[in-house]
Design a protein around this ligand. Structure first.
Ligand code: PLP
Length: 370
């Protein structure tokens, strides 16, 4: 007697679908070579600091050993830069892993998790994997002046129920690019009951220059709020997406909870030294920030000249509304070897998300659009 293997999976897994990676990029790289323009994954075309390659080369002879399970050196460097204690930091195999871990630690089938419509996709996946009930709160309207389709903080706070254990926000958010400032975050946190752990996903924090907007890490200095966790990553502004290093900052108590379930060697030895080297090269980081801000505004202006709606962004990508189903446009760009990210999966079929690349890459994109 045979039985569908899926029927043996737990209830949460049965409801999940495998991640859809989109186009087969390795195959496309083989096919197109240097002609391929990759603007679909919010990577940084400037590349990582040269110090990273040197650090990896120096660490290669020791790859037969397990990595430092505590990531002590990287945590000390992060703690010094962020102004927190090392006990307030957990490291992850990318911040994606940490978001999943947080959901696994704090949510279960008896609880609910609150996040925004158009919020980062992993919030929904982590919630589903934990078997928790998702409370997806409508986003701000598309004609909102400051944050179109962004998080409605008042509605998110109002959606919290007695069984809510987690609330995810992303600041700035992917895929909308929208953000909120410190005053808005403070007011929002003041409205939340203490049975809710608030996660502020700051994958793009390094890019933020808007007045009054800084990192929620400021609330974690000197011990900090017990139920606030901030996640950050080396994938975006530090250009290390391929090495998978992220971190969470919280109260020492909250981080200790994550440590109970964290895989002992979740960050590999090359990722650890690479992240340390990237963090130390503040000049390269500044170059990436400045280049991205300037090229983002240049590209946004060119797209707006074409009559397209470009959402405000404090990140290294732009959400662009084409005013009609964008699938055909995405396919045509693809035939010109320009890869961007369709947004139908997020419920935004008229939009494409486009990474801010080098000027030459943006020009290729604009030519292909023409
Ligand atoms: C890219 C991204 C992450 C995950 O990045 P990792 O590579 O897993 O560190 C997390 N949150 C948001 C909003 C992102 O866009």
């Amino acid at each position: 007697m045979s039985r569908e293997i899926l029927s043996l999976a737990n209830a949460a897994t049965q409801k999940l679908r495998a991640y859809d990676p989109g186009h087969d990029l390795p195959a496309l790289r083989t096919e197109y070579g240097a002609r391929l323009i990759e603007l679909g994954s919010n990577e940084t075309s400037l590349g990582a600091s040269p110090a990273v390659a040197a650090a990896i080369t120096a660490a290669l002879p020791d790859i037969y050993r397990y990595p430092d399970p505590k990531g002590g050196a990287l945590k000390r460097a992060l703690a010094a830069q962020l102004g927190v204690e090392t006990a307030q930091i957990a490291l992850g195999n990318g911040s994606h892993e940490l978001l999943m871990l947080i959901a696994q630690c704090f949510a279960d089938a008896q609880s609910s998790v609150v996040y925004s419509q158009y919020g980062f996709a992993v919030f929904a996946i982590g919630t589903a994997a934990a078997g928790a009930q998702a409370i997806c709160v409508p986003a701000l309207p598309a004609d909102h002046a400051a944050a179109p389709l962004g998080h409605d903080l008042a509605a998110l706070a109002a959606a919290v129920r007695p069984d809510t254990r987690l609330l995810f926000v992303a600041n700035p958010n992917n895929p909308t690019g929208t953000w909120f400032d410190d005053a808005a975050l403070d007011e929002f946190l003041g409205r939340l009951p203490d049975h809710v752990v608030v996660v502020v996903d700051e994958a793009y924090a390094e890019y933020v220059t808007a007045p009054g907007a800084s990192s929620a890490v400021r609330l974690l200095r000197g011990g900090g709020r017990r139920n606030l966790i901030v996640t950050r990553t080396f994938s975006k502004a530090h250009a290390l997406a391929g090495l998978r290093v992220g971190y969470a900052v919280g109260s020492a108590e909250a981080i200790a909870v994550l440590e109970r379930l964290r895989e002992s060697f979740n960050v590999n030895s090359l990722g650890l030294v690479a992240a340390e080297a990237a963090l130390a090269d503040t000049a390269h980081a500044a170059r990436i920030r400045e280049h991205t801000a300037a090229e983002r505004e240049w590209l946004a202006a060119r797209l707006r000249e074409r009559g397209l709606r470009v959402f405000p962004s404090q990140t290294n990508f732009l959400l662009v509304d084409f005013g009609r189903d964008a699938r055909e446009i995405e396919e045509k760009l693809f035939r010109h070897a320009v890869v961007v990210r369709p947004m139908a999966g997020y419920g935004l079929p008229n939009c494409l998300r486009i990474s801010v690349g080098l000027r030459s890459e943006s020009e290729r994109l604009l030519e292909a659009l023409a």
